[in-house]
Design a protein around this ligand. Structure first.
Ligand SMILES: Nc1ncnc2c1ncn2[C@@H]1O[C@H](COP(=O)(O)OP(=O)(O)OP(=O)(O)O)[C@@H](O)[C@H]1O
Length: 198
């Protein structure tokens, strides 16, 4: 699997947020997107996820459609507060086509098997983020698109997430993460937005 982004540009309304963004990633490679607030990191992830059409350029994968191979973990957790954790993960498993770990196994990956039947709204901020991370495992996808994935995580959970990313890369996955904090993963590429929007 290879992902190629070529000369990407994106607008928000009439404002050009970035342009001339090109990169390529192969299976097993990861990339962080860094830069100041408002520089366009989240916007680029939304373009990659297919939520926002590029104003110029293209992004493609070598096999099929990028959207069918990717998980997008946005700044919000994408969970319904009144459903239990299990119900939320079952929704995502079904939405993403299944084929992954059981909801309980996915929660065990993030050390939260005990909240399986708890309403999502009853969790702490960091627990909510960890459940959102568990979503990555209920349906296997090669490409993880992550927007500030470690927000709200304590140190131990950050280390846990580092191990999960390393394992995903070692098993042929790809990770693209917008982040202000190091993910603790060696040898990731970096795409830096040095300036605020044009
Ligand atoms: N829905 C929107 N409508 C209009 N403009 C938007 C929208 N979302 C973001 N923008 C603008 O796009 C620009 C880039 O925002 P973006 O969220 O991509 O930045 P970022 O680099 O992820 O910032 P941060 O580090 O604060 O998360 C900003 O100027 C922002 O105001």
């Amino acid at each position: 699997m290879q992902l190629i982004a070529e000369n990407l540009a994106a607008n928000r309304g009439d404002t050009r947020i970035f342009e001339g963004v090109s990169f390529a990633l192969r299976s097993g490679e990861g990339m962080t997107i860094t830069g100041p607030n408002g520089a366009g990191k989240s916007t680029l992830l939304r373009v990659l996820a297919g939520f926002l059409p590029p104003s110029e350029g293209f992004v493609e994968v070598s096999d099929g459609e990028l959207a069918e191979h990717s998980h997008y973990l946005g700044p919000n957790n994408g969970m319904k507060p009144n459903l239990t954790v299990k119900e939320n993960l079952l929704f995502w498993q079904d939405f993403c086509g299944g084929g992954g770990r059981s909801t309980l196994d996915a929660l065990d990956e993030v050390g939260l098997g005990h909240v399986h039947d708890v309403p999502f709204s009853d969790l702490s901020t960091g627990q909510k983020r960890r459940v959102a991370i568990a979503r990555l495992f209920v349906s296997p996808r090669y490409i993880w698109l992550l927007d500030e994935p470690t927000t709200g995580l304590d140190r131990a959970s950050e280390h846990m997430f580092t191990r999960l990313i390393v394992r995903h890369l070692r098993t042929g996955g790809m990770v693209i993460a917008a982040t202000h904090l190091s993910l603790g993963v060696d040898a990731m590429k970096n795409l830096r937005f040095a300036e605020a929007p044009l």
